[in-house]
Design a protein around this ligand. Structure first.
Ligand code: TYD
Length: 239
């Protein structure tokens, strides 16, 4: 993408299992389309393109698990490269708003902090995978892992847990700590959203975060609105 090309807006959603990201992405996409009139592209990782979706199916079945976290991280990176080249970068070049369910922070949290992969290795992999692409805003949906896993299980009723849902509670606690750590380390880019509230309150908190950053996309709600579950930089959820 040349520097004078129109550049869209790249927003990523992160968090542990069952945080409600897909519901919130669908709601935000609808709101942004209606209010801003801009093109909004919703996508997910791993996945988003045919080739990356094929890698997703293998990854979630646990095909790469026996090879260890580095091999898994490489496979996530392979999917990400295809996704960036064929979907994310072209959409941003058109000036679209791209809402992506998980991105490189998931590799840092899942394969890095929780999976035990050396952070220096993750950094190197991130540099070659992303080149100069970084999310403009990352919304980290934060909730206790027990609550998230219970939601994920209800959602997939009858289906066996996938590769990562099946990890133990300590893994999921490390994930939560990792995502909060990312938010603390990069407060300019990240906002922690309390996802342990009802979907309407979470939606309001997300809208407030977008309006604060891009008032031209989404005007701020009236005084008092959006206070529920208000965005908090680099903090965990409060009761
Ligand atoms: P998904 O069903 O989309 O999970 P969720 O609904 O919780 O977002 O499956 C994606 C899984 O892949 C999820 O458990 C997180 C994991 N993952 C990684 O381990 N590393 C990554 O880089 C990405 C993008 C996802």
């Amino acid at each position: 993408m040349s520097s004078d090309a129109p550049r869209g807006v790249f927003i990523t959603f992160e968090g542990g299992e069952g945080a409600g990201k897909s519901t919130q992405i669908a709601r935000l996409a609808e709101t942004l389309r209606t209010v801003s009139g801009r093109e909004v592209v919703t996508t997910r990782e791993p996945g988003g393109t045919d080739r990356a979706e094929a890698l997703r199916a293998a990854l979630l079945r646990g095909v790469a698990k026996p090879y260890g976290p580095f091999a898994e991280a490489l496979m996530f990176a392979a999917a990400r490269i295809d996704h960036i080249e064929n979907l994310i970068s072209p959409a941003l070049s058109r000036g679209a708003i791209v809402l992506c369910d998980r991105f490189s922070d998931s590799t840092r949290a899942y394969q890095g902090a929780a999976g035990g992969l050396d952070p220096a290795l993750i950094d190197s992999l991130e540099r070659v995978t992303l080149e100069d692409l970084r999310p403009d805003l990352t919304l980290i949906l934060d909730l206790p892992p027990e609550a998230g896993l219970a939601r994920a299980q209800r959602r997939g009723a009858g289906e066996p847990a996938d590769r990562f849902e099946a990890e133990g509670m300590r893994f999921h606690e490390r994930l939560r700590t990792a995502f909060r750590g990312i938010a603390e380390a990069e407060p300019e880019r990240c906002r922690v959203i309390d996802a342990d509230l009802g979907p309407d309150a979470v939606e309001a908190a997300i809208a407030a975060a977008i309006a604060a950053r891009w008032p031209d996309l989404l005007p701020a709600a009236g005084e008092g609105q959006g206070e529920v579950g208000k965005e908090r930089e680099g903090q965990g959820h409060a009761a």
